[in-house]
Design a protein around this ligand. Sequence first.
Ligand SMILES: Nc1ncnc2c1ncn2[C@@H]1O[C@H](COP(=O)(O)OP(=O)(O)OP(=O)(O)O)[C@@H](O)[C@H]1O
Ligand SMILES: [Mg+2]
Length: 320
Amino acid sequence: MLEIKNLSLGIHTSKGLTQAVSDVSFQIKPGKVLGLVGESGCGKTLTAQSILRLGEHQGVKVMGGDVLLNGKSVFDLSSKQLCQFRGAQVSMVFQEPMTALNPVFSIGSQMIEVIRLHLGLSKKEARQRAVSLLKDVGLLKVERILDQYPDSLSGGMRQRVLIAMAISAKPAYIIADEPTTALDVSVQSKIIELLKKLQRENQVGLLLVSHDFGLIAELADDVAVMYAGQIVEYAPVNAIFDRPLHPYTRFLMACRPEVVEDGQALPVIEGHVPLPGQWEKGCRFYHRCHLHQDQCRESDIALRSMDDQQKLRCVLDDHA
Ligand SMILES: Nc1ncnc2c1ncn2[C@@H]1O[C@H](COP(=O)(O)OP(=O)(O)OP(=O)(O)O)[C@@H](O)[C@H]1O
Ligand SMILES: [Mg+2]
C-alpha cells in the first residue's frame, strides 16, 4: 500500500519558508485509483512529486509527515535505493510529455537506458523489450519510432512513449499528473483508454491528478479534493458524484462542462485560490463560500469523518 501520512510541504518565497501543502493524508491500495482534484495552485503537483521525492531538488521542503510504501518510509531510502524506487516501484507520467523527454537523444536510447537501469538487460534485450512496450501502448511502426527524436513525434505519441517508459519496470504504482491536459481533445480519450487498460491488466495502483471530473469519473475509485494545500473532501467516487458535501466540491461539480446545457456559459467560482503565505485562520475557502458563517473563521477546521468512507473539512452540518 502507498500511504501519504500527514504530509506538510514548504516552498521558499520572499517571506522565507512558507507552507504550501498542509497535513495531507491518503492511501492507495494495490490496483486502486485515487483521483486528486482541485483548481490550479492547490498543491496537487507538489504533493504528487513528493511521493518520489522529486521536489527536493527544486527547493521543496518536507515540513512534516511521511510517505510510506508497504510501511517503509521513502525518506529513509539511500540515493541508490531511491533511484531503484523511482521507476521500479513507483513511476511518474507528467503533464507535458515534451519536457519529460530529452530532445537530444533518440526515443530508443532513452528507453533502453531506463530499461537497462531497472532490469539489468543487455542492450539487445532492452531494445526488444522497448519494442514490445511500445506495441503495448498502441504504437505502430515501433522500430522506426525507436530511431526518432522526441520533436518528430506528436504529443499523443510522446505521451504513449512516456507511459511505456513508466511501465517498463512493472511498478506497483504510477503517478499521473494531468496526463492528458497538454494533448488534443481527440487524443485525450485514447490516452485515458490506454491508462485504464494498463492499470486494470497489471493491477497497478494509480494516483491520477486532474482538473477533469470526467476523467476522474471514468478511472478513480476514490477522490481527494484539494483546496489551498489541504484535502477538503475525501470519499469514494460515487459519493463525490452523488452527494458531494463540501461547498468547494459542489462548485467544482457544478462547473463541469458536461452538466452545463448547450449555449449556457460555464459557471465560474468567483475569486481565486489563496496562495501559500496568504492563508488565514479557519476555512481557506471562506471568502469564496456562499454559506460562510463567523464560526468558519474561529479556528482551523479538522477533516472529520461523515461516515466510514466520506471525510469532510467543513464545520457546517447543512450543506443544502
Ligand atoms: N518549486 C517551487 N518553488 C516555489 N513555489 C512553488 C514550487 N512548486 C510549486 N510552487 C507553488 O506552490 C503552489 C502549489 O503548486 P502546485 O504546482 O502543486 O499546484 P497544482 O495544484 O499542481 O496546480 P496546477 O493545476 O496548475 O498544476 C503554487 O502557488 C505554486 O506556485
Ligand atoms: Mg500541477
